[in-house]
Design a protein around this ligand. Structure first.
Ligand code: TYD
Ligand code: MG
Length: 458
């Protein structure tokens, strides 16, 4: 008999390797490889027998023309939070599966408990908890003053038991918190391993598709922000949403990473309060906590952070230097880049800061690695040097080249939409990023040379 084939799969990113190794070659996590048995040819294929030269015999799947497919426009279920609905593309679509990822303590359980308690008043809903006890959940619901009379609750981690209960209770909305603790007795691998998570999620999503229920899975993310467990989870589900937030901040952002029923660039903002998750209706107030009085030397830039636009404020201070070798100090930027940009400013903008100390800072402890902040940094320097503030509703982005040209950056349209969404009225952008269609409420000033950008600020 042939030896059973095995492979080693990383529990974090799902990459597979023929041999065991201490560190995953893909995501560089340590000690995350576990051995899985590769199944042989599926038994189903026995039903498709080869009949020699004439081709295949066996049951054929039903085939229909696209126009024959019955389209039922099912109404979406509202979560009760406008911010959540917007990220979903207008609410939960019946029969869809949604994955909500986030760090521990981000507020996934709280957000879903609040959502489900409200939804349960209109539809039968079931909350399956694998991490907290029913008492803990009840305590939280009571403390938050949520309606608890309709929501069904179950503490279970066995996927077969979950599906059996779902079959009996027939809920319209099902939450599984979290998918990483769900396991199946029929699989030999350890709970939490890639194959367990993948197969359990596949069983649940298949059931959701067949019965038309809304399935919401909770997933944990790893330190670098990717979804723990196999990447394949993201292929199976219809909608992947990330709940993010710093531990020292009470604000949380909900962002779609994949959505089969809506746009992915939507952002929902919440605040974690002592009364649970609250929607934030005026988000520009958070990222840019700017006072009415804007000091000279500050500009706002839209940077692209991984997969998302982020508005950050840049500050510069230019002051007479008492040193023979004036200082160039940066916090959140690369120092050499500042020196280079100041040289471009002198050579192509005609503005001399050779006898001045220049300090540059990104507000809020953000690190800007991107070149899109070049122009904003230079305009902040000029604003400080001239002691003239830029209007508070201006936003700037663009890369500055060594010959004084302003180069376009990736995802210009998304950056401009983000700025418009946060209430900015004017954007100085590279010519290559000028939008084809005008964006409502936002005036775009396209520039191709540094001198044009400086003129625009005069
Ligand atoms: P939780 O929903 O349990 O996070 P997750 O399921 O994503 O791991 O949220 C827990 C955190 O939220 C915890 O640090 C306490 C805080 N919290 C509040 O600040 N206010 C509240 O009303 C609740 C319920 C939680
Ligand atoms: Mg939780």
């Amino acid at each position: 008999m042939a030896k059973a084939k095995t492979a080693f799969v990383c529990n974090d990113c799902g990459a597979d390797f023929p041999k065991w190794q201490g560190q995953c070659g893909e995501c560089h996590a340590w000690n995350t490889l576990s051995e899985i048995r590769l199944s042989g040819p599926a038994s189903k294929s026995a039903s498709v027998r080869s009949t020699g030269r004439s081709g295949y015999a066996g049951t054929t799947a039903s085939v229909q023309r696209l126009e024959e497919v019955a389209v039922v426009d099912l109404p979406r279920l509202r979560s009760g939070f406008d911010e959540f609905d917007r990220v979903l593309g207008g609410g939960f679509v019946p029969g869809s599966s949604i994955l909500i990822g986030g760090h521990p303590g981000a507020g996934k359980s709280t957000l879903l408990l609040q959502t489900l308690c409200r939804l349960a008043a209109q539809q039968p809903a079931l909350y399956v908890t694998g991490e907290e006890s029913p008492e803990q959940i009840a305590l939280r619901a009571n403390r938050l003053g949520l309606p608890t009379d309709q929501l069904q609750l179950m503490a279970e981690t066995d996927v077969d038991a979950i599906l059996a209960s779902v079959e009996a209770l027939k809920p319209r909305v099902l939450v599984v918190d979290s998918i990483q603790v769900v396991h199946s007795e029929t699989l030999t691998s350890a709970p939490g391993s890639v194959s367990q998570v993948r197969d359990c999620a596949a069983q649940l999503t298949r059931y959701a598709k067949q019965t038309g229920i809304v399935l919401i899975l909770v997933g944990h993310v790893t330190k670098d922000g990717s979804l723990a467990g196999p990447k394949v989870l993201e292929h199976m589900i219809d909608c992947s949403i990330l709940l993010e937030g710093d531990h020292d901040s009470r604000f949380r952002t909900l962002r779609g990473q994949k959505n089969r029923f809506g746009a992915v660039n939507e952002l929902g903002i919440f605040a974690m309060t002592d009364a649970g998750m609250r929607e934030v209706t005026n988000p520009s107030a958070i990222f840019l906590d700017r006072s009415e009085h804007i000091a000279p030397g500050t500009t706002v830039v839209v940077v692209w952070e991984g997969t998302r636009p982020l508005l950050v404020e840049i500050q510069a201070l230019v002051d007479d230097s008492s040193l023979g070798n004036p200082r160039r100090v940066t916090v959140g930027f690369e120092q050499n880049r500042l020196a280079m940009l100041l040289a471009v400013l002198h050579r192509h903008g005609g503005i001399q800061v050779g006898d001045q100390d220049v300090f540059a800072n990104v507000v809020g402890g953000v690190r800007v690695m991107e070149t899109s902040a070049d122009l904003a940094l230079l305009l902040a320097v000029v604003s400080s040097l001239r002691n003239r503030p830029l209007p508070r509703d201006w936003v700037v982005f663009g890369e500055v080249g060594l010959s004084g040209e302003i180069r376009p950056v990736a995802s210009g349209q998304e950056r401009l939409s983000e700025a418009a969404k946060h209430g900015f009225k004017l954007a100085i952008v590279p010519k290559g990023n000028a939008p084809k269609k005008s964006i409502s409420g936002l005036k775009v000033v396209p520039v191709s040379r540094l001198s044009e950008a400086l003129e625009a600020c005069d």
